[in-house]
Design a protein around this ligand. Structure first.
Ligand SMILES: Nc1ncnc2c1ncn2[C@@H]1O[C@H](COP(=O)(O)OP(=O)(O)O)[C@@H](O)[C@H]1O
Ligand SMILES: [Mg+2]
Length: 309
């Protein structure tokens, strides 16, 4: 593995540092190289390349907005023998604490970035953003992403859709339901989902949703800080409803009041927010059910029971 890394990075120095460990999905290790310190995630699952390519594209997209700090992605590498590596810039991180409020502000800026591009485009009579250089980010008027991204190791269907509610029902919940069906054939889940689908449009009355670039897996384990401010990492990005982002944040904690108040001072809660948040948590509970087993079944069914009432 280290020989492949050296070759692919074109570095003569490759020295492991004391930083190693892992998240919920992959193993990690830092190395000093000719070009500085890098962080290397490795995973031997068959899906690892797809997962890391999605992470690389997500980090690139967030990086381009210049709103929140993320590690700069470097390369996805297949190692002879089966595992896949993802190399990125190493960042010296500690737990989010001092910079919570700043994360709220910067996350809102990330979510507003595409909308602001759209506003600029309108003002300039549809010329700005089209005539710019190749690397300019373009306004995105649909929901999805140009590649599959994985929340955990399971792929998300990111095919472009004009309508968010359709996107969320068909490309987020339905694939999770299909996996449950395949693994356990849960009749109760199937019946509740049939009822909930009829109810979903009523949770979105009079909402105008502008696609927002999302981190997509923003739980407490994927945020940190350094002296300069907050850092987010391990994204599973796509263009979606900004409210979706706060769903997993609320499930496992780790975000203070100052984070939420800073965020909502830029993106105020719209009417019906709390119910939609539950609807968005349904995806994450089901995704956990499909990753980690039926310990998450009860929460998934409860959300559906409450929403169809
Ligand atoms: N770029 C990085 N620089 C330094 N440490 C990192 C970097 N990325 C991740 N880590 C460390 O690895 C841990 C898990 O990373 P993460 O990307 O969330 O892995 P997983 O995909 O397995 O959840 C983080 O909590 C952090 O301690
Ligand atoms: Mg993680």
């Amino acid at each position: 593995m280290e020989a492949a890394l050296k070759r692919e990075l074109g570095t003569s120095v490759l020295r492991p540092t004391g930083h190693s460990g892992g998240g919920c999905i992959s193993q990690g290790q830092s190395y000093d190289t000719d070009a500085g310190r890098v962080y290397v995630k490795s995973n031997s699952k068959a899906e690892a390349r797809r997962m890391f390519e999605g992470e690389m594209e997500s980090l690139s997209a967030i990086l381009q907005t210049q709103t929140v700090k993320v590690p700069k992605p470097i390369k996805v590498i297949d190692v002879p023998g089966g595992s896949t590596l993802f190399v990125m810039e190493h960042l010296e991180m500690r737990s989010l604490n001092r910079h919570s409020e700043k994360l709220g502000t910067q996350l809102a800026d990330l979510h507003l970035h595409n909308q602001r591009l759209g506003e600029k485009l309108k003002k300039a009579g549809n010329t700005v953003g089209k005539s710019g250089g190749q690397t300019d980010i373009q306004f995105v008027d649909r929901f999805g992403f140009h590649t599959v991204t994985c929340c955990g190791y399971l792929p998300q269907v990111n095919d472009w859709q004009n309508d968010w509610v359709t996107f969320y029902a068909r490309q987020r919940i339905q694939p999770q339901m299909d996996m449950v069906e395949k693994n356990s054939g849960d009749r109760e889940a199937r019946e509740l989902w049939a009822q909930l689908q009829l109810k979903i449009p009523s949770l979105f009355c009079d909402m105008e949703i502008v696609p927002a670039l999302l981190h997509g897996d923003l739980w407490g384990g994927n945020v940190a800080e350094d002296d300069s401010g907050p850092i987010i990492f391990d994204p599973a990005s796509f263009y979606g409803h900004s409210e979706y982002e706060l769903a997993i944040a609320g499930m496992f904690g780790g975000f203070s009041n100052s984070f939420y108040s800073a965020y909502h001072s830029k993106i105020p809660k719209a009417s019906g927010f709390d119910k939609r948040l539950k609807l968005y948590q349904l995806f994450h509970y089901m995704n956990h059910w499909n990753h980690f087993g039926s310990g998450y079944r009860g929460s998934s069914l409860n959300i559906m029971r409450n929403l169809v009432k």
